[in-house]
Design a protein around this ligand. Structure first.
Ligand SMILES: N[C@@H](CCC(=O)N[C@@H](CS)C(=O)NCC(=O)O)C(=O)O
Length: 86
C-alpha cells in the first residue's frame, strides 16, 4: 500500500482567509487535518518556530517520503490543493 501525503491546516475559525482555504478543500474533496492555533497553543508555537510568526492559514504537508513542507498564503495554498485534486 502506498502512503498518502498528510495535509494539516493551521488556522483559527474566525479567519476569513482560512475559511476560504477550508471551503476550497471541501469543494475539491480533500481531507485536511485542522489545527486551531487559538484552541491549541502548541500549534501556534510550532508556527512561530517554523514560520517565525503566527499568521494563518499555513498548510503543513507531510509527504509520503517523510519530507515536511510548509506553505503560507491562502492563494498559494488553494493553488496547491487544486493541483493535488487533479
Ligand atoms: N495574505 C495572507 C493573509 C493572512 C492573514 O492576514 N491572516 C490573519 C488572520 S485572517 C492573521 O493570521 N493575523 C494574525 C497574525 O498575522 O499574526 C493570506 O492570504 O493568507
Amino acid at each position: 500500500m502506498v502512503a498518502a501525503d498528510v495535509l494539516a491546516l493551521y488556522y483559527f475559525p474566525a479567519c476569513p482567509f482560512c475559511v476560504r482555504v477550508r471551503s476550497a478543500a471541501d469543494a475539491l474533496g480533500l481531507d485536511l487535518e485542522l489545527r486551531d492555533i487559538h484552541a491549541t497553543p502548541e500549534y501556534a508555537a510550532e508556527l512561530v518556530e517554523v514560520m517565525g510568526k503566527t499568521t494563518v492559514p499555513v498548510l503543513r504537508i507531510a509527504e509520503s517520503n517523510g519530507e515536511i513542507r510548509w506553505l503560507a498564503e491562502s492563494v498559494e495554498i488553494i493553488e496547491c490543493l487544486e493541483e493535488r485534486a487533479v
